[in-house]
Design a protein around this ligand. Structure first.
Ligand code: BG6
Length: 316
């Protein structure tokens, strides 16, 4: 190799710009993380394209992740933001999805990292970074394909800004027959004390109470969590009306949705947490609440060539 004494050095960033977002790969390229110059960061496993960490500028973790979560690709991650697709729960009565495991296969599949885009700015507070992940029928394993034989592709994007974290999904039907699906962003929010939590924004909404014989009910007032909670809400207000998690009256999370019509509120409480091998510590249910934006009431039909897009944005 010829050594060039005057070889130009690589330019990491455009001259004159302040520090820009950093993206790194770790754990034998099975994880991607991104950090903003202002200090916020996010970490995603390629397994499931599962967001496993979102920290604010002070390094404080915002997502709950079980101490016993499997991060080696052997099981869906207990915590963070697992992605549910193409079925929510199980659907024994829905012929096309009846063979699929609980919450589908997206959270158990290895996704491809498609790339990053970042907004360069002279002001660090305006910088953001978007990480794109892909999954398609072409890359599914044969066992999964045989359970759900449709031709599809998904682009899942995770965008970090100093103010919020957004996750968005675009599902495209690349085949020649329609398919039906459900999808949901199963977000485990980290809180300080479940007994001090209130969830607002779902007042007057109808919901299915999965811990009370799937009865249809109507929410009156804000939600307090005082036992096992597993509810599928059809919000009465539009997706841009935030679902707000407050702790002792102070808003700690605000979630707005785009084209994700439903919201699941889940806390396993004592017995269910005790029964989950990957849920640790056992009293960790006091430190988490799942607010899950999705489209899970009924099915979304996607015709050949059509695409569905949905997103959530979580802020303080
Ligand atoms: C919620 C469901 O979305 O996910 C609950 O409404 C379920 O019924 C929970 O128990 C956790 O599911 P899993 O498969 O991750 O244990």
């Amino acid at each position: 190799m010829v050594d060039r004494p005057n070889k130009p050095t690589a330019l990491a960033t455009t001259p004159g710009l302040p520090p820009q977002p950093q993206v790194n790969f770790s754990h034998s390229n099975s994880r991607v993380s991104a950090a903003l110059p202002t200090g916020e960061s996010v970490e995603i496993l390629l397994y499931g394209a599962t967001v496993i960490s979102w920290k604010n500028r002070f390094g404080i973790e915002r997502l709950w992740l079980s101490d016993a979560a499997k991060l080696d690709g052997s099981k869906a991650v207990r915590g963070g933001i697992p992605l549910v697709f193409p079925v929510f729960g199980t659907a024994p009565d829905h012929a096309a999805s009846s063979k699929l495991p609980q919450h589908g296969f997206a959270r158990n599949s290895r996704w491809e990292f498609l790339g990053k885009s970042s907004s360069e700015s002279t002001s660090p507070s305006d910088t953001s970074v978007k990480l794109d992940f892909g999954l398609s029928s072409a890359t599914l394993d044969d066992a999964t394909k045989s359970k759900w034989p449709y031709t599809f592709s998904i682009i899942y994007s995770v965008t970090l800004t100093p103010e919020n974290l957004s996750t968005s999904i675009v599902v495209t039907n690349d085949g020649d027959q329609p398919f039906e699906f459900q999808t949901l962003m199963h977000t485990y929010l980290r809180i300080d004390d479940i007994s001090k939590i209130q969830v607002s924004g779902l007042e007057d909404s109808e919901y299915v109470d999965k811990v009370d014989a799937a009865k249809a009910k109507t929410q009156s007032g804000a939600i307090s969590i005082i036992g096992e909670t597993d509810r599928v809400y059809t919000p009465a207000k539009g997706p841009s009306t935030p679902v707000v998690v407050s702790e002792e009256g102070e808003a700690v999370f605000s979630i707005v949705r785009d084209n994700l019509k439903d919201v699941v509120v889940w806390n396993p409480w004592t017995d269910k947490a005790a029964g989950m091998g990957d849920f640790e510590p056992k009293d960790g249910f006091k430190k988490m609440i799942c607010i899950e934006a999705g489209s899970v009431n009924g099915w979304t039909t996607l015709d050949p060539g059509d695409a569905f897009e949905g997103a959530q944005t979580i802020s303080d």
